[in-house]
Design a protein around this ligand. Sequence first.
Ligand code: ADP
Length: 669
Amino acid sequence: MKDEVLKVSQSSVAQALAADYFCIYYVNVSTNKFIEYIASPEYRALGLPTTGDDIITFARTNFEELIHPDDRKYFLEYFVKEHILESLDDHGNFTMTFRMMFREGPMYVRLKITRMIEEEARHVVIGISNVDEELKARQAYAEAQQASLTYSRVAQALAGDYFSIYVVDPVTDDFFQYSATKEFDSLEVEKEGRDFFNASRKNMERLIYDGDRERFMAIFKKERIMAILERDGSFTMKYRLMFSGTPVFVSMKATLMEDDHGQHLIIGTNNIDAQMKRETEYQQKMAEARTSARNDFLANMSHDIRTPMNAIVGYTNIARSRRDDPEAVMEAVEKIGSSSHFLLSLINDILDISKIESGKMQVGTGPCDLGEIFRRIEDITALQAQKKSLKVTYCRDTVRHYKVLGDELRIEQVLINIVSNAIKYTPAGKSVELIAEERPGKGRVNRYRFIVRDTGIGISEEYLPHIFESFTREESTKINRVQGTGLGLAITAKVVEMMKGTISVKSVLGEGSEFTVDLDLESMEEETPEVREEEESVSLEGRRILLVEDNIVNAEIATVILEQFGVKVDVAENGKIGYETVRDAGPGAYDAVLMDIQMPVMNGYESARAIRTLEGDYFAALPVIAMSANAYDEDVKDCLAAGMNAHIAKPFQPDALVKLLCSYIHSGK
Ligand code: ADP
């Protein structure tokens, strides 16, 4: 073997070739013995034996480690004696390409086995050459090819969406058609030509819908379009083309594209007829809905008012008929309370929407107890949910601060609106969840998130974007005769916006809806666990109050309530009598005056002003509290301007009235 090697090594051809190789081995095919003829420094560094008895075992055992893991399987599968001999017989050589792990890193190599030209053909040469650069270059080329192929495929796919695409040279105005549908072809427009803009204008004389011609001609001018492209990057225009006598909505879009060959103007025209028809139909439907909603407004309102009224009347009867069962009476009274509250909120909705529409809506900030809000929501919703056998769950595990600065009534209104809707639009047996979360924000301001999730009827994709508009309702809810006015969410969204919060909605028709309200609220205390605090035991026992009220029922309600708290009540039936009574009774006679506003002879404002004109500290300091059904913010302001101390809206909660009276009487404010 050695002799043979020596003999061949003398060949200068072999020497010259060896320079391209990492290594070259000689192998005796009959014995499988091999010897290394040449090895480069990097190959030598792998530390392989230079000679051995079995080339196949040598290669399979030593090379496995040295081959890139991804190529190992391939190597072991193909580097098999039978394969090699077969290939040598068939092609005169055997080659494989794979990556070898050199110290310097993986490199592509080509292993080539060729027969030596000798009489018995007993020897083969195995050479491993470096093809790393060549292979990498080829790969990069292939990748680029692939990318350009994909690019053109993308272009093709997009072109399919267009009626036609034209490419225009903005310098020469030469143009050609990149793609067009058969339908577009039927218009018989040139596929290439010069002076794109004029050619198009000429075509449009013939093709455009009469009603759109003038506008098109005014806009479709080169300078104008180029100026818009410069400014906005793209230009779009909608118009109708006549197809066999029928106008079809199309949208033209022009964009400027730049490549190695300079700028191109790409003009694509799209058939948007179906889309436009849907849109128009929807707009029409919405407009009709709005008109009919306004028309139905009163009818709806009376429906909505009747529902809680029904509960009030019903439970009043129950209470009356079961007067011997205090528990049943209490329960009925509770429900009457909740329904009254609901009714009140409904009436407030009507007031609110008119306030919003006249731009007079305001939100205030004052002490606000989220715990109270939740309790009231639970009271109200329990009644509604019970009727429908709905499961309502509440979670507020992460809420740490319940006493915050905010508009308690408005926050409650927002949440009640959303929860009531969830209940209203969720069929029996399904569920509604109200989750309140608190996350720390900046300083004392914390971030509250209220999520109302239901598994109800859901909201259609078409209606969803309109859900916060007033007087709109989902078609299906009307068909299903669910009562409503389409006002609640309009007010809700406006109120949330005024509180600098956000409201959003996600919904899947038939599966349910999720409303999320985010509000930043400043906490008033370090930590306020949700416990019903015992009211400071203030007493009105023995106090004297003058009630100025012309309505006998209202006067009686207030008197009965106040007397329950030990107050002695005198009633004056109008502002004039009220004023005279205070004046004639003299200093110290009354602890406070409760003043109705709208009264015959003399109204509340005038009466209050008159009282303040009376001489002496007592008359200046006497608490005069307006008690009125005029509950607009301006009404409150007017009361204060007339010299009154505070305002409480009718109908009032007894607790609230007593609390207010106490705060003035005891503090002597
Ligand atoms: P309405 O008085 O009609 O309930 P809203 O403004 O509160 O008025 O709601 C507007 C419309 O939004 C409703 O008529 C209803 O179609 C839809 N909607 C509101 N909340 C839900 C909900 N949770 N699930 C399904 N639809 C809802």
